[in-house]
Design a protein around this ligand. Structure first.
Ligand SMILES: [Mn+2]
Length: 354
């Protein structure tokens, strides 16, 4: 139920209106009891930045006294949302799939595969709240939220430019060169490594208030984060060695089976740093949660990339963006993940060599 707050100079307090027009109840009280649940794409720099930016936007444009709780969401086989997720007075999803739940009050996403079903897509098209937004042309959800905030709500992004710019560079794979992406000398790329790689539960959720309050450079040098970064960077260097040894580069496609290499992810630009001639990468990996096929394209290789990787992955039950997409299967389906990975590699090679 929506609640309205009105500041009453006479009462010297916010008045809270609750209930329908038939049984209006006004109570005196500050609106800090307004709790906003923000669900975001977990272990993703853009997901965390989207949640941070949404927080700033909401405080500036909707309710300065609101409190926020963050919950990271992950793509997995099966049901994505339980109704109990949406336990706030307001409930938002940023940088993640649409939910038709009546409890969802704000939604921002930019993924091509934002809708699980045609029914969800139709539900979104019929929404009249003016608080649910889909921006598939945006490289990052962070920049999309900034754009909607500025153009529809008069939100001032001053002081947040760096956060928005880097989320757009990182999520849109718009690094100037593979060196910037792989050598990680900028605070944003260092934070991205920690957000994607931290094994602490709810790490990103706890980092979001920092991202909303401080410049990236200040967040990145905090001792806890610095230590995590250094540990993960050592692993990053090791994974570079392994990818160097394992990659099967043929006809413009690097195929990588890293499923016996442990659950750690790897920086998706390493293959292009090591093999500039690779146009696409297909990587199979295994974690306790899922067997994953990740498909990406080399943004620095000038070869025209006509394949829509989201569409290819959708055929196998996955999704993502045109230039980077993935398929998640239950961990027991590793053999099928390998098969799908090989098949996609064949399809991409055939497409490049016709
Ligand atoms: Mn995103």
């Amino acid at each position: 139920m929506a609640q309205l707050y009105t500041f009453s100079a006479r009462a010297g307090a916010y008045l809270r209106q609750a209930g329908s027009s038939a049984d209006l109840q006004w109570s005196i009280g500050p609106p800090q009891s307004m709790r906003v649940r923000v669900c975001f794409h977990d272990q993703c720099f853009d997901g965390a930045c989207s949640a941070a930016l949404f927080t700033r936007f909401y405080r500036a444009s909707v309710n300065p006294q609101a409190t926020f709780d963050y919950r990271g969401l992950a793509h997995r086989a099966g049901q994505l949302f339980e109704e109990s997720l949406f336990d706030g007075d307001e409930n938002a999803i940023v940088d993640f799939k649409y939910s038709p739940s009546r409890r969802l009050t704000w939604w921002f996403d930019h993924h091509q595969s934002a809708f699980l079903t045609e029914a969800d897509s139709e539900h979104f098209r019929r929404d009249e709240s003016g608080r649910k937004f889909y921006g598939p042309d945006f490289h990052s959800c962070t920049k999309f939220i900034a754009h909607i905030g500025q153009t529809k709500f008069g939100f001032n992004i001053s002081g947040l430019e760096d956060l928005i710019r880097w989320a757009d560079i990182i999520d849109g794979a718009q690094f100037a060169d593979p060196k910037t992406a792989v050598e990680m000398r900028d605070p944003a790329t260092q934070l991205s490594l920690v957000i994607e790689g931290s094994s602490e539960k709810n790490f990103a959720a706890r980092l979001i208030p920092e991202l909303a309050a401080k410049p990236l450079a200040e967040v990145a040098v905090q001792p806890g984060i610095r230590k995590d970064f250094e540990e993960l960077y050592v692993r990053h260097l090791k994974s570079m060695e392994i990818i160097q040894q394992r990659a099967e580069l043929k006809q413009g496609v690097a195929f990588l089976d890293l499923s016996d290499h442990g659950p750690e992810g790897f920086n998706k630009f390493i293959p292009y740093y090591l093999f500039p001639e690779a146009v696409y990468t297909v990587a199979v990996s295994l974690s306790p949660e899922r067997a994953k096929v990740a498909v990406g394209s080399n943004p620095w290789n000038p070869t025209p990339k006509t394949a829509n990787l989201a569409s290819i992955c959708e055929r196998h039950g996955g999704g993502g963006h045109a230039k980077v997409a993935a398929i998640s299967l239950p961990p027991g389906d590793l053999a099928r993940a390998r098969e799908i990975g090989r098949e996609i590699a064949r399809e991409l090679r055939a497409g490049l060599n016709t």
